[in-house]
Design a protein around this ligand. Structure first.
Ligand code: GDP
Ligand code: MG
Length: 410
């Protein structure tokens, strides 16, 4: 038999165990509840962060990077050429929109930060139960404070405000469709598709201010074209900095293509003249010319670049066949301003937008296309040799608005 003392101790122990069990269960339920409501409250960016590692495309800082995409993917279309509608097309407002899912996924990772910015703000706006006149005012504000430039902002806003009926304006899906449709219209600049076989050799002049990624883009492009079987030669036209020629030579080695160089501090036009001449004499398919890029406000640079154009034409009548302006997506509206200055003077026929990976200002593509009416030919999505992708407007729009328009950003 237990004594009274032992009975009391046993009783206290049982109560203590029951109490501990109760507290443990309550704590578990509370953290589950918190997790759910946090997910509801989180914007797109935070939700992205909260997702487990294996679901995310981009690693967190400090985490090992996932292997990069392959350099050349033969199924990629020539930039600017439409792709057939396939299993990846999406129905939108009754209309089929062709979307290359592979391209969309590649952009999606690079646009994560942009989606966390103005796109998430749009998502929150249309996540509201009731969409009213105030929502429209807020839409105007979000668009005009996004890095898409005032003209593109106005075009999208007007298309929603004037292009939709009162009933449509109460339907967030209709609003998203309209925003996407107008964005696609802005990006689908009416221009000739890129045809590098139109001339032999095809001369491509690459311009842009310092540090935007000209040399890197040329290296990636040379590699891509060489893998496609094209005979490529590079011209080290940035004679302004000694390191620039070495950098291009390094890329030439990686892509396994020859580089024509001159003396440091020498005349860039003689380097470019020599490269085009060699391109002609030795049966190259494409000559890609790197150039120096001091500030675009520098009148001396503009004169020098104009001289380069004349020299190209002297070496091969009609050259350069395309002149591309490289712009850094992280500089936002500054990129639009740079492109405008160059376009007037330099006859820009295409844009390459670099550093789309990690930029929160990827929406600047809309502003560039709307202001300049020049097509984006390629986008840079990283520093590695395979990180250059042909620009696909439809896939870009899908990747840009994907989470928010699906209601996750609400
Ligand atoms: N993250 C990222 N970095 C890039 C990209 N393109 C270029 N860069 C980096 O930008 C820096 C400047 O590039 P560079 O080609 O030398 O610019 P340039 O002065 O215009 O020739 C280098 O550190 C490149 O690695 C890109 O698409 N993504
Ligand atoms: Mg350079």
């Amino acid at each position: 038999m237990l004594s009274m003392d032992e009975l009391i101790k046993l009783g206290i122990a049982v109560v203590a165990i029951v109490l501990v069990l109760f507290l443990v269960r309550r704590a578990g339920a509370k953290s589950r509840l918190q997790a759910t409501s946090a997910r509801e409250r989180l914007g797109v960016e935070e939700a992205e962060e909260a997702r487990p590692r294996r679901e995310r495309k981009r690693p967190r800082p400090g985490e090992p990077e996932l292997p990069p995409k392959k350099a050349a993917e033969p199924e990629e279309p020539e930039p600017g050429k439409a792709r057939r509608a396939g299993p990846g097309s999406t129905a939108e407002g009754g209309a089929e929109v062709e979307v290359d899912q592979d391209a969309r996924d590649a952009y999606k990772a690079g646009l994560a930060k942009t989606r966390g910015g103005f796109v998430a703000r749009l998502g929150k706006l249309f996540g509201k139960k009731k969409i009213d006149a105030q929502t429209l005012d807020e839409l105007e504000e979000v668009l005009f404070t996004a890095d898409i430039g005032p003209r593109a902002a106005d075009r999208i806003f007007t298309s929603v405000k004037s292009g939709l009926s009162k009933a449509d304006l109460e339907d967030s899906e209709k609003i998203w469709s309209q925003i996407k449709r107008t964005s696609r219209e802005i990006l689908n600049v009416d221009a000739k598709a890129l045809d590098l076989s139109a001339h032999t050799p095809f001369v491509l002049l690459v311009l842009g201010v310092n540090g935007v990624g000209k040399t890197t883009t040329i290296g990636k492009l040379a590699n891509k074209l060489a893998l496609e079987g094209k005979k490529v030669i590079l011209a080290a036209g940035d004679t302004f900095r000694a390191a620039a020629t070495e950098q291009l030579e390094e890329w030439g080695k990686r892509a396994n293509v020859p580089v024509v160089k001159g003396k440091a501090g020498g005349d860039p036009s003689s380097v470019i003249f020599d490269a085009i001449k060699r391109g002609k004499d030795e049966g190259f398919d494409i000559v890609i010319c790197d150039t120096a890029g001091r500030l675009h406000s520098n009148a001396g640079l503009m004169d020098e670049l104009k001289k380069l154009r004349r020299v190209c034409d002297k070496a091969l009548a009609g050259a350069p066949h395309e002149t591309w302006m490289v712009l850094d997506a992280t500089t936002g509206q500054n990129a639009i301003a740079q492109a405008k200055t160059f376009k007037d003077d330099m006859g820009i026929t295409g844009i390459v937008l670099t550093k789309l990976d990690g930029s929160s200002k990827g929406g600047v593509v809309l502003g560039i296309c709307d202001e300049l009416k020049v097509p984006v030919r390629f986008v840079g999505v990283g520093e590695k040799i395979g990180d250059l992708r042909p620009f696909d407007p439809n896939a870009f729009v899908e990747a840009l608005y994907v989470d928010a328009s699906a209601g996750e950003g609400a």
